[in-house]
Design a protein around this ligand. Structure first.
Ligand SMILES: Nc1ncnc2c1ncn2[C@@H]1O[C@H](COP(=O)(O)OP(=O)(O)OP(=O)(O)O)[C@@H](O)[C@H]1O
Ligand SMILES: [Mg+2]
Length: 251
């Protein structure tokens, strides 16, 4: 599903260049649930951005489903992203002036507005949000906001889901609910790349890589790991529940 070869990313800043990724080689089969870990600043978000075609590598090659995303024109890349990739972020990125159904349906492909609304309704029902369809994000809890964001990411039935600390702002129960939705997508055949700082979250994946200073310093490999430990793992790292209403402007 993913093939990264000697991928580097440097940012030019007023204080000099920053090397965010310093030579990443990574191959993942379709259907893998890959967890990305590593300290702050190690390059995790940069890696997701390159895989998702939101940024281009300074050197090396990124292939997603056999396609070189960086070689596409901006229009081709946008179309490829819409069809193939779903994104979920730590802070949801919902549009505050649209209701829940509109936020989800907005991700629909051009010319498929009615189908997008039908699918949005179906996903919201499946995610237990039927009764919140006409609410705005500011009227939802944090966990509900993240479920809306996942519904939006899955609207076009992408083959790849990229999630950047999707549970970082949630309490344990809400985080587990989000991970269950992502696991369900994975069990239905989806490929997942999920960034997390939380130990217990890693156990949802079947492969864990750890970044440090833009390099992969540990890789559990392509075998199944972690799941056996899930039942006995005591979830930790409970974080303060921040109300969705208190989030900064998502627009
Ligand atoms: N747009 C940018 N311009 C300049 N430097 C950047 C930019 N984006 C990221 N960086 C730098 O690149 C490095 C990697 O950043 P990245 O956001 O990928 O880290 P991260 O592992 O996601 O960190 P965190 O856990 O804090 O989210 C950091 O040193 C960061 O300061
Ligand atoms: Mg990050």
């Amino acid at each position: 599903m993913l093939r990264l070869e000697r991928v580097e990313k440097t940012y030019a800043t007023s204080a000099g260049t920053v090397q965010a990724l310093a030579g990443i080689d990574l191959v993942t089969p379709p259907g893998q649930f890959l967890i990305v870990r590593g300290p702050s600043g190690s390059g995790k978000t940069t890696l997701l951005s390159l895989i998702g075609g939101l940024a281009t590598p300074t050197a090396g090659r990124v292939q997603v489903a056999g396609e070189d995303v960086a070689a596409m024109s901006p229009a081709q890349r946008a179309a490829f992203r819409a069809r193939t990739i779903g994104f979920v972020f730590q802070t949801f990125h919902l549009l505050p002036y649209l209701d829940v159904l509109e936020n989800v349906a907005l991700a629909g492909l051009p010319g498929q507005r009615a189908a997008a609304r039908d699918r949005a309704r179906e996903l919201l029902a499946r995610f237990g949000l039927d009764h919140r369809r006409t609410h705005r994000p500011g009227e939802l809890s944090t966990g509900e906001c993240q479920r809306v964001a996942i519904a939006r990411a899955l609207l076009n039935q992408p083959s790849l889901l990229l999630a950047d600390e999707p549970t970082g702002n949630l309490d344990m129960d809400n985080a587990a609910a989000i991970l269950d939705l992502i696991s369900q997508y994975h069990q239905d055949g989806g490929t997942v790349v999920l960034v997390t700082h939380q130990d217990w979250v890693s156990h949802y994946g079947d492969r864990v890589i750890t970044l440090q200073r833009g390099m992969i310093v540990h890789d559990s490999g392509n075998g199944l790991v972690g799941r056996a430990g899930m039942a006995t793992m005591k979830p930790g790292g409970r974080e303060t529940l921040r109300g969705c209403r208190e989030e900064p402007d998502h627009g």
